[in-house]
Design a protein around this ligand. Structure first.
Ligand code: ATP
Ligand code: MG
Length: 368
């Protein structure tokens, strides 16, 4: 079984500039773990520290029990796949995939057997003798993947491997990568800034911002109960509405301007009084023709086949986006006055500084 990867108080500095300040995380044995975050947040930096291409200025990284800080890259037994394939243009598929095994002086017959096996696994065994220039982007990326896993690495690292592919191929390849990773069971760290890709492919995701893990959890945990306002805004779409919380007669009430509703799932360990921010995803609104609800006017609507998106302007001038199933009978015309309610068990409520989700059931492995 493949080793877990442990980061303990890991620090990365470029000169005086600290890019990763104190990062702790355990990627479990055989897990598909994705680092997700905006450009410049430190994803590639962290991956390169695991690979050994970047120095480590503090803390530890371990593969199993082995501290790897001072081990040179070629001795870490890592498989890597990058955005630009990095396969050798003058070598056939077979030559590319066999390369790492030849370097390791694996006997000829075994090389042949392992190359066969891996080409079948990534479904390019019919392209053995082809040169990269005569293959599609997706096929080349399969070669890169085969070359990375044929050496039976302890860990597999992938940095935006799909970003050079067109949208359709990206979806196809992400499914292929997931399936292959599951069959071979290598502990994997995958980097992307595409949140849909991360949700589709990962066992767990670490959402990173400014070199800090904001939320570590399963795709469901992260989408449904984002730990803070940044995560709620980065994963999927959230409308952020200023609200007031109050506790009256044992009930916890949430007030959106004129409209008040009771919340059943607010935590008990902190007072629920004063200003908060409600994060409401477009699908968490319900639209009604009459009160009660948050009053607004339909500013625009967009038909997307399966769904209708309504852009609704609220009394304070704020605009929110809602989604409703598109049905023949239910179109709401531009300019109509509507009343919005929200699904109380679905929405999230953050402290005014955006740091804490006040709703029960947030699961975050980032602070362990
Ligand atoms: N060799 C370097 N020297 C100095 N600063 C660097 C170096 N490499 C990266 N940085 C800085 O470290 C920060 C993190 O960069 P990194 O490449 O890890 O971001 P990223 O999350 O991979 O972004 P992207 O999604 O754009 O690839 C950035 O502010 C970047 O400018
Ligand atoms: Mg990067």
């Amino acid at each position: 079984m493949s080793n877990p990867i442990t980061f303990q108080n890991t620090v990365k500095k470029y000169g005086e500039n600290t890019v990763i300040s104190n990062l702790s995380l355990q990627v479990k044995s055989g897990e598909f773990f994705t680092l997700l975050g905006p450009s410049g947040c430190g994803k590639t930096t962290l991956l390169r520290m695991v690979a050994g291409f970047n120095s480590i200025e503090g803390g530890e990284i371990r593969f199993g029990d082995r501290v790897i800080n001072a081990i040179p890259p070629e001795k870490r037994n890592i498989g890597m796949v990058f955005q630009n394939y990095a396969i050798f243009p003058h070598m056939t598929v077979e030559g590319n995939v066999a390369f790492g095994l030849k370097n390791r002086k694996v006997p000829k017959e075994e090389i042949s057997r392992r190359v066969d096996e891996i080409l079948k696994k990534v479904h390019i065994d019919n392209l053995r003798d082809r040169l990269p220039q005569n293959m599609s982007g997706g096929q080349q990326q399969r070669v890169a993947l085969a070359r990375a896993i044929v050496i039976e690495p302890d860990v597999l690292l992938m940095d935006e491997p799909l970003s050079n592919l067109d949208a359709k191929l990206r979806v196809e390849m992400r499914d292929a990568i997931r399936e292959i990773q599951h069959t071979v069971g290598i502990t994997t760290i995958y980097v992307t800034h595409d949140q849909e890709e991360a949700l589709a492919i990962s066992d767990r995701i670490g959402v990173m911002y400014k070199g800090v893990l904001q939320h570590v959890g399963t795709p469901r945990d992260i989408y449904l109960r984002p730990a803070n306002q940044f995560v709620a805004g980065f994963i999927g779409k959230s409308n952020f509405l200023p609200v007031t919380g109050s506790e009256e007669g044992g009930k916890k009430l949430l007030r959106f301007g004129e409209y008040t509703m009771e919340m059943q799932n607010i935590v008990d360990d902190a007072p629920f009084n004063g200003k908060f921010i409600a994060a409401v995803r477009p699908e968490e609104f319900e639209i009604h023709a009459s009160a009660p609800g948050i009053k607004g006017v339909v500013h625009d609507c967009v038909f997307l086949g399966l769904t209708m998106h309504y852009f609704i302007e609220l009394a304070d001038g704020m605009q929110v986006e809602t989604i409703a199933p598109a049905e023949i009978e239910n179109e709401i015309k531009k300019g109509s006055t509507v009343y919005l309610t929200v699904k109380p068990n679905r929405i999230n409520v953050y402290t005014d500084d955006g740091e804490r989700n006040m709703v029960c059931g947030v699961k975050n492995d980032a602070y362990q």
